[in-house]
Write a protein that binds this ligand. Structure first.
Ligand code: HEC
Length: 208
């Protein structure tokens, strides 16, 4: 008798286990179908004129930070940088990064304001990344964000120069920034300064 009760209990447990498994499979199938409906129906608005939903932003940011942290693990930074290498980094930064990421006393290009995610001001954001992580981001870029990979066109030494300069940005005054790299100005000008008329400025003429 006792044995039979045990068998019944075992059967019930088995039934419960199967029920939970079936429920889990059902939920997964439903999530999969919902995902496919979102992908195929066009219901998700890809417009960059709207901010990311907070969930999308959280999912992207968290994936981005954890991925970079993991990928950059084990990269060894050069022990030090000569002033000449930092100057080379400054020149490269002003030519290739400033339009999107601005600099002390210099705004990002007007068109970069229209990007989602909007490229952060590195004068603030650089403090949150190690030199190795900045190196990795610049070399490999970031998928689905608009951050280009510079590894295919630049060697590691040039990328380290840029990363070292980026790490200096948070402590830099607008005057120091303007003078860095021999004072060459990139594709953007500080607010209130009239751009030289060489035609290499922002693609849209400033409103008069
Ligand atoms: C076309 C615009 C563009 C250019 C040019 C560009 N970036 Fe970026 N960058 C981005 C965007 C967009 C992100 C991702 C922002 C996000 O997800 O929050 C990003 C992210 C980064 C980050 C991580 C910052 C953070 O906290 O999110 C670093 C560091 C960085 N870029 C460095 C550089 C450097 C150095 C250069 C030049 C060699 C450069 N970028 C050129 C658009 C650009």
């Amino acid at each position: 008798m006792a044995e039979r009760r045990d068998m019944n209990a075992g059967g019930r447990r088995k039934g419960l286990g199967l029920g939970i498994a079936a429920g889990a499979v059902g939920i997964l199938a439903l999530l999969g179908i919902t995902g496919l409906v979102v992908v195929y129906s066009g219901a998700y608005n890809v417009a960059a004129t709207e901010e990311h939903a907070s969930f999308t932003r959280w999912a992207f940011d968290t994936t981005f930070h954890n991925s970079v942290e993991r990928q950059a693990d084990g990269i060894v930074a050069p022990a030090s940088f000569t002033p000449d290498r930092l100057a080379q980094g400054a020149t490269a930064y002003k030519a290739m990064c400033q339009q999107c990421h601005s600099g002390p006393g210099v705004e990002r290009a007007e068109w970069a304001n229209g990007m989602r995610p909007r490229p952060p001001h590195l004068a603030e954001a650089a403090a949150g990344w190690s030199p190795q992580e900045v190196f990795w981001i610049v070399k490999h870029g970031v998928k689905m964000s608009g951050m280009p990979a510079f590894g295919p066109s630049r060697d590691d030494q040039a990328i380290w120069n840029i990363a070292a300069f980026v790490k200096e940005l948070p402590a830099m005054t607008p005057e120091e920034y303007a003078a860095a790299g021999g004072g060459q100005q990139g594709g953007n000008t500080p607010p209130g300064v009239s751009p030289p008329s060489n035609g290499a400025q922002s693609p849209t003429p400033a409103p008069q």
